[in-house]
Design a protein around this ligand. Structure first.
Ligand code: FAD
Ligand code: SF4
Length: 579
């Protein structure tokens, strides 16, 4: 954030709230000779350290656009809008305070429409930008570049560790995350010793599947009290988007880099040690368990993936890893890597807040970031835009309304949707094995589910939500990403959670009026998709089990599943009233 090219001089943010203030020179806002250079900071790029120095040389002004039109594309969760607008406003203010000339525009138009009008109205302005990671804004900026020639310059996105290009062909032909992850371990040197994985194994996934013991104490998340900037955004979001999903009440998310760093620190101190063993566990009254809650910050740039991994590795010990070999993109991390080079004593664990941080926790966490997160971005690059239409099972039922209302007696579904309504958050296994599992088993259109995830979660951006839904959780891409559909009956949920004990349904019953719907829906899925599943050797056992069931049981399962699916009320799209 520091502005080194000039002596730091505090400035104010120029806030332009009308679509019509396009002539920045006429308005007197761009008057000196250098100031016709604008660097557009996309809302998910809130970190100047990631921008190359040459783009920021020469005293450019920074341009931020907060578009109500973009915010009403879907009924985005109110907390997501508060997070993104407040974080951008804070970031713009901090930039101005460190000496940058800053324009923050709040048009009714979409960001791209505004940029186009701004270029039309300001013949002397040159616009520089880093390519956004998601497809539509990147395509739109590409069009601006085509139309305005060298008045628009674009540089590649630098917020990720992996260069997607060399992977694209492999990923399209089914190269699995596990092998990508091993390459990323080699490339970054994370958890590597003399070219070998630390501890001897690449992956400790089999140690990441414990249910939560009854008496396990789960640390609370303290959160942050909204300041005046955030309170103003909350009022605006409530006024302009009353029909959007979720609520703004009890908004306590971090909105600055400092706060995001303190969430990272809190995770390392209080949760990391137990992250690994309980990664897949679910608990009715503990929506966050030992998860980091860092995705919203990484996804808007307040934290970089590299610095998050480095902080975790430093807490673990730092020793024995071969870090520093990877190519850094953010300067803050290059500095940190220099600091950590050469440290280490050979110990593989260390005490943190009284807990020993086991290797399976650190490896499990690093795998999520340099494995899954990076892989999802590579997959997105490889598969867009055609994958948007993917629907392997040809499911066309509308999304059930309970995804909006939480109106269901199924305790696991109700708790998961409630968590999303309240926090814009559910952890990975709730997203995969409850919310998406239910959608698959009820033959719901995967695009409708993908759109729901996109608007309902605070960390959702197309580049990450699309691969997770259309690739991983619904098998809509036909197995490019996942080797088998992620579907399960009630027994999986019973094993991994405390939902079932107090549920109105009986998880042990496969049929009957009180049977857990996941049970008969699961077997109805196996029945319905026999032709597809026959080609997948990992589903062979399930097919054989289905075949062995009596005709009577099969008939009853089909009847119950059809009646259940027919009883689901379809989701009635709530239209946003933005203004
Ligand atoms: P932790 O459990 O603490 O994990 C650490 C970090 O690993 C996360 O912050 C995240 O950055 C990364 N990570 C782990 N798994 C994945 C993954 N599959 N894809 C990408 N990053 C991963 N993640 C998003 O960031 N945005 C989304 O919109 C999103 N939608 C999802 C939809 C579905 C159906 C599924 C199954 C997963 C989705 N994920 C998404 C991935 C994952 O569930 C979230 O990243 C994670 O739950 C965020 O919470 P956390 O920060 O507490 O994560
Ligand atoms: Fe969910 Fe079935 Fe358990 Fe109820 S019994 S919580 S529906 S898995």
């Amino acid at each position: 954030m520091d502005k080194n090219t000039h002596p730091p001089e505090q400035r104010n943010v120029n806030v332009l709230t009308s679509d019509h203030v396009f002539d920045l020179h006429k308005s007197g806002l761009l008057e000196d000779k250098n100031s016709h250079e604008l660097v557009y900071i996309h809302p998910d790029q809130l970190n100047l350290d990631v921008f190359p120095e040459k783009l920021l040389d020469g005293d450019p002004a920074l341009l931020f656009v907060e578009s109500a039109a973009d915010a009403s594309r879907f009924p985005f969760h109110k907390k997501k809008l508060v997070l993104e607008w407040s974080a951008q406003r804070h970031f713009a203010r901090e930039a101005a305070e460190s000496g940058w000339r800053v324009f923050e525009v709040r048009p009714g138009l979409s960001a791209t429409e505004y940029l186009r009008k701004m270029l039309e109205g300001n013949g002397r302005v040159t616009l520089h930008a880093m390519e956004p990671v998601s497809f539509d804004p990147r395509r739109d900026l590409g069009r601006l570049q085509k139309d305005y020639g060298d008045r628009v310059t674009l540089i590649e996105n630098r917020f990720f560790l992996a260069d997607p290009k060399p992977w694209e062909e492999k990923v399209r032909s089914g190269y699995r995350m596990e092998y990508f992850y091993r390459e990323m371990r080699r490339q970054t040197g994370y958890l590597m010793k003399s070219g070998k994985p630390e501890g001897g194994e690449w992956n400790y996934d089999d140690q990441n599947r414990k249910p939560l013991p009854k008496k396990e104490d789960v640390p609370a998340h303290s959160g942050f009290t909204p300041d005046e900037i955030t309170r103003e955004v909350i009022r605006e979001v409530d006024r302009r988007f009353p029909d959007h999903f979720g609520e703004t009440e009890r908004f306590a998310m971090g909105v600055t880099r400092e706060q995001a760093l303190s969430v990272l620190d809190d995770f390392i101190t209080h949760r990391l040690a137990r992250f690994g063993p309980y990664q897949d566990a679910m608990a009715h009254d503990e929506p966050f368990l030992f998860h980091s809650l860092l995705s919203p910050f990484m996804n808007i740039g307040l934290l970089t993936a590299r610095e998050v991994c480095e902080a975790v590795l430093d807490a673990y010990d730092g020793s024995g890893t071969e870090r520093g070999k990877g190519q850094g993109t953010d300067r803050s991390m290059d500095r940190d890597m220099e600091r950590s080079a050469g440290q280490g004593t050979g110990r593989s664990t260390r005490k943190n807040n009284g807990d020993t941080i086991p290797l399976e926790s650190v490896e499990g966490f690093i795998r999520q970031i340099i494995g899954w997160r990076e892989y999802m971005r590579v997959y997105y690059e490889a598969m867009m835009p055609k994958v948007r239409e993917a629907n392997f099972f040809s499911y066309d039922r509308p999304l059930p309304d309970l995804y909006w209302s939480a109106g269901t007696d199924m305790r696991c579904m109700r708790a998961s949707v409630e968590s999303v309504r309240q926090h814009g958050y559910a952890h990975h296994i709730q997203r995969l094995m409850v919310l998406s599992n239910f959608s698959n088993l009820t033959a719901t259109n995967p695009t409708e589910l993908f759109e729901w995830f996109w608007y309902a979660f605070v960390d959702a951006h197309e580049w990450v939500v699309l691969p997770n839904v259309l690739g991983m959780s619904t098998f809509a891409d036909g197995g490019v990403l996942a080797s088998k559909p992620y579907v399960a009956g009630g027994n999986y949920i019973r094993k991994m959670s405390d939902y079932c004990g107090d549920c109105r349904y009986r998880v042990q019953d496969r049929t009957g009026k009180d049977a857990c719907p996941f049970n008969y829906l699961y077997w109805a899925f196996v029945d319905r998709e026999q032709e597809h599943l026959k080609k997948n050797h990992r589903m062979g056992f399930m097919l054989k089990t289905w075949e062995k069931k009596s005709d009577g049981e099969k008939k009853e399962i089909r009847r119950l599943a059809a009646a259940f699916i027919d009883s689901l009320e379809p989701y009635k799209a709530k239209k946003s009233k933005s203004g």
